[in-house]
Design a protein around this ligand. Structure first.
Ligand code: FPP
Length: 247
């Protein structure tokens, strides 16, 4: 049973049968800012606000897992000012989360190569990860310095190292075993992947994990993405027939 059902929710959302895991590509921050004559960094600040609102709401309606794409392995190509702003927003979010975790019970986890982060931020990710183990609320996975191909290559290297160490046999590897080498080890695959901003591509996001995910695209830019937009995405998902390759 859903823990909270909004009164104003559209009738087509069945809050008792939500997807377990929603993943979001938070796209369109730059265009949102440009349309307002603002710097791109203002778009990211607005996007971070939307992320807070949506994450809080997902926790409230009883979602189990929310994964967001915050910074890709390719995003380092952006101007230094923009990269610094995104890193600053993550830091701000982590500091706030540490304050609120006891009340929110949201568990924070990270997918990506965090070694490339400034040491202070790296330390904050370790702290939030540690504190999260005390709680049992929704798990939010923040993909930072994340790339789907990079994740698969790292997993392959780790598996090869285990084989070389005699802990594993290549011929015995199953898909399930391999999943255990990914950043997402232990997390169920996303049921629904949402991409706002009108782009219809995967952009190196959860390549392995989204094999059977349902996709939802909307022209709405991420900073304008609202609870109503989330309802529409969930309703669209609930209207699909998932066959996982069967009939
Ligand atoms: C894509 O929009 C967005 C990003 C690369 C950054 C997303 C970051 C945040 C929402 C804030 C930090 C995250 C957290 C978890 C606090 P874009 O810049 O590519 O937009 P455009 O396609 O319109 O240019």
């Amino acid at each position: 049973m859903a823990i909270f059902k909004p009164k104003e929710a559209p009738v087509q959302v069945d809050f008792d049968h939500l997807p377990r895991h929603i993943a979001i590509i938070m796209d369109g921050n730059g265009r949102w800012a440009k349309r307002r004559g603002l710097p791109r960094t203002a778009g990211h600040a607005a996007g971070a606000e939307t992320f807070r609102t949506i994450a809080t709401y997902c926790q409230k309606i009883g979602l189990e897992y929310l994964t967001v794409y915050a910074f890709s392995t390719e995003n380092w190509k952006r101007p230094l000012e923009e990269v610094s702003a995104i890193i600053g927003l993550l830091k701000k979010y982590l500091l706030e989360s540490i304050e609120k975790m006891e009340k929110d019970k949201i568990r924070l986890h990270f997918f990506g190569d965090l070694d490339a982060l400034p040491p202070e931020l790296r330390e904050l990710t370790v702290r939030t990860d540690d504190i999260s183990t005390r709680y049992e609320g929704m798990q939010v996975n923040v993909c930072f310095n994340y790339g789907g191909r990079d994740e698969i290559v790292r997993a392959a290297r780790a598996f090869a190292a285990d084989c070389a160490a005699g802990k594993r046999r290549p011929e015995a590897l199953t898909e399930e075993d391999f999943s255990g080498y990914l950043y997402s080890a232990g997390v169920p695959d996303p049921d629904l992947v949402i991409r706002p901003s009108g782009e219809i591509r995967i952009s190196n996001f959860l390549l392995w994990q989204s094999a059977y995910a349902e996709f939802y695209y909307t022209d709405v830019l991420w900073p304008d993405f609202s609870k109503e937009e989330l309802h529409k995405a969930i309703a669209a998902y609930q209207g699909r027939s998932r066959r996982f390759g069967g009939v």
